[in-house]
Design a protein around this ligand. Structure first.
Ligand code: AMP
Ligand code: MG
Length: 407
């Protein structure tokens, strides 16, 4: 049986980065840039005022005090978006708003708080200004022709703002992976329908779809099939256009656990068990040249295996550099028991306390107990050989819902 690290390595070696495409900016959030963005213009495009105030010749304000202010003639108002018409000469000023172009001849902006209105169209400046004060020079942020963003950059709000500031409407970025989810199990009923004896509601559909959506990936298909080989095969064929397929249930060693059988027949199995708890029965392989994960049916196991194995694959497909789950060190708040054997991932809540990252594991450890996941933002890692961890110990936790190794 593979360790989790071995299984992750098998997965990452088997999946490739998806092709790139031209994507409208607002659809590119979280995508990875495939081509550099070169600035077609400089930013800012022109010298402009950083403050509301008066564009002046700095020399005119030398030695200005409230008792002996510099009195300047105000030539015109220059709001943001306007073009100055007058040349500032010694003894004159223009009233400028934040973002307004600097009038020719001026070399500083005096903030409005350092002025007061004077008589007959003048302004009194009572604090001296130095050349360049409150002026944002053209090109100070980026020069025209310079690379603004490089391939590999993950596009967040700031990057999308920068691309907009450069006047671009689209980016060339790695396509968002499209995921097919097939839940299996004859005992399952969709929420909203009547629960007959012996049946339970399908919770993996929502939980796994949410796991996909949380990181910005797409759900291409969401299907449910009974425990029936041909129904599963048909469902898989119907999902062949997805970039990654996953099933839940039917992967342990029970008689109705037919996911492996189907996968072996129409695809290729790379592993079907991993030394982890929960989530030992988890299959990985390829069908139709695409990665397929057979996640366990137990709801908590399905969530944990998604985070530890599927999410890394999706990050690799999305073009991310670091694909493995993000782990940090924290101080454990309560004792946990453990039977040596498999590495355990316990649902837990990490938080800051007195400047220290602390972690509170869920008391519930059952792989079917969804209440253990309520509020969980992390998984406490309990080493395979451990006989238990004690409050106060430094422990490793996996942070959930992050962009992998990148914070
Ligand atoms: P299996 O791996 O199919 O044997 O399923 C293991 C356990 O998980 C069984 O108790 C199933 O009833 C349960 N289970 C499987 N699929 C789901 C699902 N989609 N939603 C909720 N529970 C499930
Ligand atoms: Mg089943």
């Amino acid at each position: 049986m593979l360790t989790i690290e071995e299984a992750q390595a098998v997965v990452l070696a088997a999946v490739a980065t998806l092709p790139s495409e031209r994507i409208p900016l607002l659809q590119a959030l979280g995508c990875v840039l495939a081509e550099p963005v070169v600035a077609p213009i400089q930013l800012p495009p022109f010298d402009n005022s950083a403050m509301d105030g008066f564009a002046v010749v700095a020399e005119d304000t030398r030695g200005a005090t409230p008792e002996s202010p510099s009195r300047l003639e105000v030539l015109e108002d220059v709001p943001a978006g306007a073009t100055p018409e007058r040349q500032v000469q010694p003894g004159t000023a223009t009233r400028v708003m934040t973002g307004a172009p600097i009038s020719p001849g001026a070399d500083a902006v005096v903030i409005v708080e350092h002025t007061r209105p004077g008589l007959s169209g003048t302004v009194e400046v009572f604090v001296p200004a130095a050349p360049g004060d409150n002026i944002r020079p053209a090109g100070e942020d980026i020069a025209a022709g310079q690379a603004a963003l490089s391939p590999g950059q993950v596009l967040g709000p700031g990057e999308l703002g920068l691309i907009s500031a450069l006047g671009q409407t689209h980016v060339t970025a790695i396509r968002r992976p499209r995921v097919a989810i097939i839940t299996t199990g004859s005992e399952l009923v969709e929420p909203g329908q009547e629960l007959r004896p012996g049946t339970i509601y399908n919770s993996n559909r929502a939980a796994i779809a949410a796991s996909v959506l949380r990181s910005g990936w797409e759900v291409a298909h969401c299907l449910h099939v009974a425990d029936d080989e041909s129904a599963l095969e048909q469902a898989l064929r119907g999902c062949a256009d997805a970039d990654l397929l996953l099933t839940t249930g039917g992967v342990s060693v029970g008689e109705h656990d037919f996911v492996k059988t189907v996968l072996a027949r129409i695809g290729d199995i790379k592993f079907w068990r991993v030394l982890m708890k929960p989530g030992k029965p988890v299959a990985f392989g390829t069908v139709f040249g695409r990665p397929l994960f057979g996640l366990p049916g137990n709801p908590v196991s399905a969530l944990v295996t998604f985070e530890m194995l599927v999410a890394p694959a999706l990050r690799r497909m999305s073009g991310r550099q670091s694909c493995l789950p993000l782990t940090v060190q924290a101080r454990l708040l309560s004792d946990v028991r453990h039977r040596p054997g498999r590495r355990e991932y316990r649902q837990s809540i990490a938080s800051y306390s007195d400047g220290d990252l602390v972690v509170e594991p869920s008391e519930k450890r059952g792989s079917a107990m969804l209440t253990s996941t309520v509020g969980a933002n992390s998984l406490l890692v309990i080493p395979e050989e451990s006989t238990g961890l004690h409050a106060g110990e430094r422990v490793t936790v996996v942070l959930l819902g992050h962009g992998g190794g990148e914070l």
